[in-house]
Each structure stands twice: as C-alpha cells, then as structure tokens.
Design a protein around this ligand. Structure first.
Ligand SMILES: Nc1ncnc2c1ncn2[C@@H]1O[C@H](COP(=O)(O)OP(=O)(O)OP(=O)(O)O)[C@@H](O)[C@H]1O
Length: 251
C-alpha cells in the first residue's frame, strides 16, 4: 500500500477524456516521476491530487484518507505540498517574509497574518524559517527582495516555503521548466539533498529526462490519459512502448 493510492480515476473535459482509468500507487519515501508526451494528462492528474480538479469517478487516498471533496488548503494541511511551474512567491516581500507566510498559515489555519492566540510564538516560527533557509543555503539572502532573485533562487525559496510545512508528500510540477542548465543542476542537487536528508515522498512531473533520470526511483509513463508502463528508470529507458509514445516508433 502506497502513501498515495489513485484508483480508477477518470476525468473528462467535455468530449475529451483527459484521464482514463488511472491507477497509480506511490510508495513512501521515494521519488516517483510521472512522464509523458504533451497533453498526456500529467497536470490534470496532479490537479486531481491537490483538490484543484475533482475526478468524475475513482478515488484518491493519501495516507489512508480520501482527498476527494477537500479544499486545496485542507489537502495541504493533510501533508501534501505542491511546487508550481512558475514560482508562487510574493515578489514584493523579502525572503524571510515569504517564509513566514506558510508558517503563519499552518499555525493559524488560514492566511491571517495577525492572530491573537498561538500555539507557536512568532519567535519560534522565525527560528524554524531560519533553520529552513540554512538548510537550502539561503540564510544570507533572508533580507533580499524576492523579485530580484534568479529563477533558480526563486525555485529554491518556493521549495523552502513548502518544506517548512513539513509535508509528507512534495509534488513538483516541472520544477526546472525554463531554467538555464546551471539552475537546473542546482535544483537537482537541492532535490537530492532533500531526498537524502528527510522522510519525504516526492512526486515529480518533468519533461527534462536529465532531471527525471537523476532523481526518480520509479517512473510512470502516461499516454493519452492512461498509464502505459511503470518501472525503474533503467527499465523505462529502453522500453519499446515508451519510445513509441514519445517518438512514434512502432514497438
Ligand atoms: N481545463 C481544461 N479544459 C479543457 N481541456 C483541458 C483542460 N485542462 C486540460 N485539458 C486537456 O486535457 C488534456 C490533458 O492535458 P494536461 O495539461 O493534463 O496534459 P499534460 O500531460 O500535463 O501536458 P503538458 O506536458 O503539455 O503540460 C489535453 O488535451 C488538454 O488540452
């Protein structure tokens, strides 16, 4: 039994079957990549996991509980954090101010920036933010305005904002999209470090095969809304069905 269990999920957009009978089991504490050609249904699947879309049929269980019918905020509170293609940070705020947002949200149960009662004081939260920034090598940038940072640093900050919530499952939606090679390699190194040092499960959608093969322990190939094959990176590399789905070669 995986930490995330997707069973018989279907999702239609009008006449288009975006997901058809998707079954997926993601095991705890591994990195599981979901790859597939454009339009395969990867983002639709991810959106079904975080409450942004509701499947027409099927079930999505996380850590033994159904995520269906819950809001994205409730799913986040269950322990699922998502990093988007475009970093979702507040450019007008400093790195430290950005870090405090998810911590206040977790403490107060919403994005209220001023709460009267608290279990954890602001000082404790700041210490947690500082510790997290040290872990991702951003402590020296704590007072920097986020808008002024490189794309790689913005991504690093967004990951720190997710990780400080101590998620059990981190969902990454093309984390290196649009990055220069150096920033991509830094992001790979950061994710390897996160994998090695934390009890965390990572699910990643990614087009860059260098990133996928550097990080993934298991790979599911999605084609036309249905999982085609799931295996280790070594087996996936030479799989005839994968070559067919990507390159139009006959198996
Ligand atoms: N909100 C929507 N309304 C209508 N059709 C949609 C919607 N979202 C996605 N689709 C369609 O569903 C199919 C799957 O799209 P999805 O974005 O999940 O694919 P993807 O594998 O993530 O693609 P890419 O790699 O290009 O991001 C596509 O044909 C897409 O056009």
């Amino acid at each position: 039994m995986g930490i995330l269990e997707v069973k018989d999920v279907n999702k239609r957009f009008g006449g288009l079957q975006a997901l058809g009978n998707v079954n997926l089991s993601i095991q705890e504490n591994i990195c599981h990549a979901i790859i597939g050609p454009n339009g395969a249904g990867k983002s639709t699947l991810l959106n079904c996991l975080v409450g942004k879309l509701i499947p027409d049929t099927g079930s999505v269980m996380f850590d033994g509980q159904s995520v269906l019918g819950r809001t994205p905020f409730e799913i986040n509170q269950m322990g699922i954090s998502r990093v988007f293609q475009t970093p979702e940070i507040f450019g007008d705020l400093t790195v430290m101010e950005n870090m405090m947002i998810p911590l206040f949200a977790r403490r107060d149960g919403s994005f209220k920036l001023h709460a009267y009662e608290s279990v954890e004081s602001e000082k404790e939260l700041r210490e947690q933010a500082e510790e997290m920034l040290r872990e991702v090598n951003m402590a020296d940038k704590r007072n920097m305005h986020s808008a002024a940072m490189s794309r790689g640093d913005k991504r690093r900050l967004e990951m720190a904002m997710c990780l400080v919530q101590k998620p059990k499952l981190l969902l990454l939606d093309e984390p290196t999209a649009g990055m220069a090679r150096a920033d991509t390699n830094n992001t790979i190194d950061l994710l390897k470090q996160i994998k090695d040092e934390r009890d965390i499960t990572i699910a990643i959608i990614e087009h860059d095969m260098h990133v996928v093969f550097s990080l993934a322990d298991r790979i599911t190939v999605l084609a036309q809304g249905t999982p085609l094959v799931e295996d280790t990176p070594e087996k996936i590399k030479g799989h005839p069905k994968v070559r067919e789905a990507y390159l139009g070669e006959s198996a």
